[in-house]
Design a protein around this ligand. Structure first.
Ligand code: SAM
Length: 259
């Protein structure tokens, strides 16, 4: 068990995300592009869930991308996302990674390139967070039971912390860190502090929509309440947010853009 296993356990919920992205696309998408893919967890799930599905996972980091080398249907591309040229029905950027693009110029250039990779009817989707606490330093903690299949032990809990360490509302820059503590019967048996540290520009929803529009993704929609949007059978039901009252005081949303 390494920090990537714990990241997949505590941070990602690809079982929900794959059907959500299909529903946001609205048709029968087959080809996923996962940019800033990390361990390509979404790509793997996509190919398992979709008949004839394929995915291209793009990341700069060789070791992270190599974590699961033999995933049927998944092509791993070690590259800067700005130079990836593979086509996609759905092109996804997750866990706030759009914030690696620090300036508006970089953002628009990337979005233009992303648009050029979309197949007809294709959609680009990224996530962001906002609301009351967006620029307030602080931390949230969540316990996650570790399945025996993952650690070979069973009964242990991963205590996950998401920390917003610094946040500057004048520049939009934030520093976020992820920490893991493995708890066995009340004792911390392993600690991974600063397992991941990110320096991001926190793009607001209207900034993303404006930039998408300028990059030729003229129709933009925002999706919220995502945890409740997938039923037990894995069917997703999504409708775009039309009224700001539908958003929580602090929120995470998906922003989708189509040509
Ligand atoms: C926050 S992780 C995202 C993991 C996963 N996509 C998710 O949704 O949780 C960000 C990843 O982006 C990669 N990355 C950062 N800048 C990149 C770039 N310009 N091109 C490709 N990958 C990049 C990092 O190596 C890291 O693995």
């Amino acid at each position: 068990m390494d920090k990537h296993d714990l990241y997949e356990l505590c941070v990602q919920s690809v079982d929900h995300l794959a059907p959500l992205l299909r529903a946001i696309h609205g048709g029968s998408p087959r080809m996923l592009g996962e940019d800033f893919a990390g361990t390509a967890a979404l790509s793997r799930r996509w190919c398992e869930a979709i008949d004839g599905g394929s995915a291209v996972a793009v990341d700069l980091d060789t070791d992270t991308l190599a974590k699961h080398p033999d995933a049927p249907g998944v092509t791993r591309l070690e590259a800067d996302v700005r130079f990836a040229n593979t086509p996609a029905d759905v092109l996804f950027v997750g866990n706030f990674s759009i914030g690696y693009l620090h300036t508006r110029g970089e953002l628009i250039e990337y979005l233009r390139h992303a648009r050029s990779r979309l197949t007809p009817g294709g959609v680009f989707v990224c996530d962001t967070y906002g609301g009351d606490s967006a620029f307030i330093p602080g931390a949230v903690h969540r316990p996650h039971p570790i399945p025996k299949a993952l650690d070979g032990v069973g009964g242990r809990i991963c205590r996950y912390t998401w920390e917003q360490r610094d946040a500057d509302p004048l520049t939009g820059m934030v520093t976020n860190a992820i920490h893991f503590r493995v708890d066995h019967c009340g004792d911390i048996v392993e600690e991974m502090l600063d397992a991941f540290v990110y320096e991001w520009r926190l793009w607001s929803v209207p900034e993303l929509r404006d930039a998408m529009g300028e990059a030729g993704l003229a129709q933009t929609d925002v999706y919220a309440g995502l945890a409740d949007a997938v039923d037990d059978e894995g069917n997703a039901y999504v409708t775009p947010v039309e009224d700001p009252d539908e958003l929580d005081e602090s929120f995470i949303v998906l922003v989708a853009g189509r040509a």
